[in-house]
Design a protein around this ligand. Sequence first.
Ligand SMILES: C[S@@+](CC[C@H](N)C(=O)[O-])C[C@H]1O[C@@H](n2cnc3c(N)ncnc32)[C@H](O)[C@@H]1O
Ligand code: SF4
Length: 378
Amino acid sequence: MRHFGLYIHWPFCAAKCPYCDFNSHVRASIDGQRWEKALRAELARVATETPNHILSSIFFGGGTPSLMDPELVANLISDAKRFWRSTNDLEITLEANPTSIEAGKFQAFRDGGVNRVSMGVQALNDQDLKKLGRLHSVDEALKGLEIAQTTFDRVSIDLIYARQDQSEIDWRSELSRALSLNLDHLSLYQLTIEHGTAFGDRYARGLLKGLPSEDRAIELWDITQEMTTAAGYEAYEVSNHAKPGSASRHNLVYWSGGDWAGIGPGAHGRLTIGDRKFATQTELHPETWLDMIETNGSGELERIQLSKLDQAEELLLMGLRLSTGVCLSKLAGLGWAPPETRIDELAELGLIQRNADSIRATTQGRPLLNAVLERLLT
Ligand SMILES: C[S@@+](CC[C@H](N)C(=O)[O-])C[C@H]1O[C@@H](n2cnc3c(N)ncnc32)[C@H](O)[C@@H]1O
Ligand code: SF4
């Protein structure tokens, strides 16, 4: 019997943000009935493969799932509850964009079973929201947030920092405003310039000015850690900060080597079936995904069986993102251990800390995680 998460991807947005490389698309119209049929068929297909799994989390991600019809969300939740046994405290999160929110819809999402909302606020200053291509103002975002907080017990926001021309003082003042909102969870991401996005193209042509140097980005990271810790949030993962007991269960499934089913275009999954673990991946393009389900009964592409070594590497990769670190005996159970000399070397540099049966990245090590991993894996 396994606890696991269900990820449902809604690939549509009202507009494409210039920094975003998520599988999100803008469409003039969407055939709701076709989408409902296909998503529910996918859920049923995965359920037949995982009859003994116990559902601990459902996550509607995107794209912009707050654009979904609340009835579709409710139907998917009730299907999932019928297909799997679930934990008493099943966490059901919906990602919401502040422009697509209105009180009536939030209430309907709650009536359908959603109990946690994650809102993409991104910035608390109007000039930067414009630069990020967002369709909402700070005022609108805060109004949406207020409605969210009166409707749901658990509300998180996403903010992007290390933006163009953002000074330390600017970020301190934005973050302190965010901390005053009394949220139980914050996802604070440094702006990444992704290849193939509008920002990526501008950057390649030398037109994206004012991005922070590496040193400045680390200073902004330090400010983030200092202020969130002082406000009582635990940095339970590199970019995720929660009040005690409010870490996202769904995130923890990903980062602690758990199983999750990925439903919808471009969704990844990890499924243990019998004694084998598989990485699953669905077709990325929304309409092709729909066609595949309507003609073949499945939106899944090739399924890859993960070797024990693959699983150990993944566990290390994910585990080092967590404040609790990665359990060495769990790695040993998969037949792999990081070399002792490398652990000692990184510990001496102050980048990781070794406890009785675990290693964890220190606050200094976390922003340098790629280098730490490379050292442990080669
Ligand atoms: C799928 S999106 C969130 C939901 C919703 N569509 C929205 O934008 O409000 C997940 C989050 O990833 C973050 N994100 C996306 N692209 C990013 C980038 N290039 N750099 C940093 N953060 C990014 C944003 O904070 C975003 O809210
Ligand atoms: S950041 Fe959110 S709203 Fe913007 S394109 Fe990406 S998924 Fe869509």
